[in-house]
Design a protein around this ligand. Sequence first.
Ligand code: G6P
Ligand code: MG
Length: 216
Amino acid sequence: MPSIQACLFDLDGVIVDTAQFHYIAWREMAQDLGFDLTREENERLKGISRMESLEIVLSIGGVQLSDEEKLRRAAAKNTRYLELCMQMTPDDALPGVRHFLDELKQNGIPSGLGSASKNAKAILERIDMLHYFDTIVDGNRITKGKPDPQVFLMGAADLSVPAAHCAVFEDAVAGIQSAKAAGMLAVGIGEASVLTEADIVIPGFENFGLPQLENI
Ligand code: G6P
Ligand code: MG
């Protein structure tokens, strides 16, 4: 692989485990509408925008809503999600990730955030990690969601680093597809049996640093 000059990070499931809160909030909405949402079904929502996630959840329950009601439900889900997120503290960053971001900074390698979330900045502030990122590409900036490469290509452009010299850290299938479509090195965070299109899959950032990244 060409040498890595920038690292781009997904937020949910990579920097912090907010997936559990998305799950709780979507599940409560589903139950309110009369059906359940399993953890397995929740996997399909990772990396997918709020409104697309809503459509998937409604299709799982076979529920149809008016556009107005969809917007109301999505807003209510987000209020509940943020209420859960605000319980987090800086200790909730996933193990090893802060150390890895420090290592990148010390070595002059810029970091960017590439997330579909419209809450990305608020969450990074909450866990005191906003300062690590030289650019933030979030759900308020992108017009095409993952698996489209836009989110990571915008991050690379912001950092003035060619795509081929960027590494992406992602826990979602759609996010790995987005990184590969952008022509970047895709590091999966999670299980190799799920993230089959990643260049390499690691369980997390513990025992992972620049030497390991350079050896991929
Ligand atoms: C991330 C999560 C998704 C979530 C999306 C939008 O990509 O993995 O599960 O739906 O962000 O998040 P938001 O905070 O804008 O509702
Ligand atoms: Mg994610």
